[in-house]
Design a protein around this ligand. Structure first.
Ligand SMILES: [Zn+2]
Length: 318
């Protein structure tokens, strides 16, 4: 009898602790912990999900590099509150001022935190190709929708932030004696894609251009340019990739090749179908996917990727 009572007391105690933890998580959002990438670089990793009030839109990664002159942040996360949490993580590593934010591309989950860094006096740097989107009705409507879907994390105070410096082409920046190579790689995932390479530590901040050991979402991307961009990135001697989503990779070359080979395979197979005027369903069923079908997200993404590529190639071969 006594031992049974003790047993149930323990169960209840465990449940209370678990409930309290769950509630704390709901209020605070997913955990954010800066992980060290190399001697002077860190990153925080968003959750693998769609943006929601529960995750505060923490669905993408951000990184920072500590230089002797100050901190360079790469991407600003998906809400001002997340950006504040990132600032708190940076403060655990260094008291140095945050002097720059470099934006890989202007998708909502990478930029809604920009205003936090701007208020701290950071200089925002992005590729000039983003200006068209930033001033478009699409961007305005997207923010409007996010204010509804992601409230209170994205709200009436959240606004789109222009860069202080719009880059054209490539640019080498030296900040506090540390070299950053900014490389234009759009139009690929977006028109304004830019990657940042830190040659001193062989770290590549790849935005949404490289996916680690998984199938990318191709969407309306320009896969021909994307492949060319990956070929250009493979010429960097990168050892580590910090992607825009998901865990970092210490198999930089392998992951870049996988993304490139997958995109190339989609194009080769769908080009043949588009040229022969084969219906998509038939072409898809006749394609040998065995090289890629074991990869995460194959089931959810491959068919749509193939279909989008088929449509793209139909236009290209006309
Ligand atoms: Zn993204």
């Amino acid at each position: 009898m006594t031992s049974t009572t003790t047993f149930w007391r323990r169960i209840v105690a465990v449940l209370i602790v678990a409930l309290a933890a769950a509630q704390a998580q709901a209020e605070e959002g997913p955990a954010m912990v800066a992980q060290q990438v190399s001697a002077s670089a860190w990153y925080v990793e968003g959750v693998s999900a769609l943006g929601s009030p529960a995750n505060q839109n923490f669905i993408s990664n951000a990184a920072f590099v500590v230089t002797p002159a100050g901190v360079v942040v790469i991407d600003a996360l998906g809400s001002p509150a997340l950006a504040e949490r990132l600032v708190a993580e940076i403060r655990k590593v260094t008291p140095k001022p945050i002097t720059h934010v470099i934006v890989t591309h202007y998708h909502a989950d990478h930029i809604y935190g920009l205003q936090t860094f701007k208020a701290l006096g950071a200089r925002i740097i992005a590729h000039g190709e983003a200006r068209e989107y930033l001033n478009s009705e699409t961007a305005r409507l997207r923010l409007e929708a996010s204010r509804q879907e992601l409230a209170p994390w994205v709200n009436a105070d959240t606004h789109l932030v222009e860069a202080d410096e719009w880059i054209e082409g490539d640019k080498d920046l030296t900040i506090g004696g540390v070299q950053f190579k900014l490389k234009q790689v759009g139009p690929s995932h977006t028109p304004e894609d830019m990657v940042i390479y830190l040659p001193s530590e062989k770290v590549l901040f790849a935005g949404d251009l490289v996916f680690r050991s998984r199938i990318p979402y191709v969407g309306k991307a320009d896969s021909r340019h994307w492949i060319a961009a990956l070929d250009a990135l493979l010429r960097f001697d990168a050892k580590i990739i910090v992607p825009g989503h998901g865990p970092l990779s210490r198999e930089a070359q392998k992951d870049m090749k996988l993304t490139r080979d997958y995109l190339a395979y989609l194009r080769t197979t769908m080009e043949k179908a588009a040229k022969n005027l084969d219906p998509f369903e038939e072409a898809y069923a006749a394609t040998d996917w065995s090289e890629f079908e074991h990869l995460p997200l194959f089931r959810v993404a491959n068919r749509m990727n193939a279909y989008n590529t088929y449509l793209l190639l139909e236009e290209e071969v006309k």
